[in-house]
Write a protein that binds this ligand. Sequence first.
Ligand code: MN
Length: 441
Amino acid sequence: MMNETHDPVLTSWLDSANEPGGDFPIQNLPFAIFRCAGREEAWRAGVAIGDAIVDLAQVHARGLFSAEADEAAAACSATTLNTFMAMGPRHWHALRLALSRALRHGGDESLRSCLIPQDEAEYALPAHIGDYTDFYASIHHATRVGRLFRPDQPLLPNYKWLPIAYHGRASSILVSGRSIQRPLGQRMPPGSEQPVLSPTARLDYELELGIFIGTGNALGQPISLDKAQAHVFGLCLLNDWSAREIQGWEYQPLGPFLAKNFATSISPWIVTMEALEPYRLPWTRDPADPQPLAYLDSQTNRAQGSLDIQLEAALQTAAMRQQGRGPQRLSSSSFRHSYWSIAQMVTHHTVNGCNLQAGDLLGSGTQSGPELSEAGCLLELTEGGRKPLLLHSGEQRGFLEDGDTVVFKAWCERPGAARIGFGSLSGTVLPARAMPADQSV
Ligand code: MN
């Protein structure tokens, strides 16, 4: 439902929030956990506005809001967003509305004393993530990758009937800016009779959205499709770093394991589902494909289950950094191409009674569009490394090399709505740890 916080004509008394093309206008108001960099002060929640952060612990301490908005700001004084996430849509909306009214022209400029420049901030993970599940919701990704791993049968028979996922590892989720160490792992060299342990030579990124659960469900009580939306707090960017030859050797029969659980990066800012309302689109299923079973189908999901979120992956090599070049865009796509909606992922995850909890993270799966130029990972873009990309710097890339920085961005724009953005997600690849002496290849 759209409301006054989405009005595209709203502007803020903070000028930086009104600059065209900015990620954080007054219609966005995403949440992060931050503190002033280099100080040993407490982590707390903040909301982005222009080039600043509204310190919600200060908002609460100064008693600037009342009723549910103040209860929400109090919860945001904690070191993670879990308590606020668990409060549910009424409190999420109350705080958003109070912030929108205070920050707009003619609003309460006493909030100025609660602003901290984003330049001076550092970020932590936005929530304590109890569990992390990664889906596989782009049929374009699944088909192109499936073709590389299994040319005879790219899509397995279950793909069009249920949102496929594996249970990932929560302990190795990192906030943007943290470096990634190239992992060691087992691989089976082509034509060889026994596997070897070595640093991965086929390190890849996966361009995904992260989906933060707000209110959970009790064990044994599934979330129906039309209630699923209200359980989701918001979205961030997610990079599911992947080691492809480790994955190829280990993934059957139980799915990804060490090829993926060495690191997953997420952006610090969570854009709320309420902020994303103007970018909803009908969710459609090709009439030639199987239509979803009843528990995964509803009028509401068909009417507005999809989201038009532009996604972009870019790469900055060490040489580009030395030459003063910025990151080079490798691909772009939109989340609207996803075969399954967020609500369908949540509902399917709980149909057996599995309980989700506040702060749980779901990955959308690599979001690739129908065209090869819209592919969300190098495995697809380079066709398994066979067709390396030629970069502006004169370098080539089949897979990631040490010193490479991967940068993701996302944003939403359409006529009649304000443009909102997700900020960025970046991570740099560090060399592998030295091989154990008795295991060298
Ligand atoms: Mn993934």
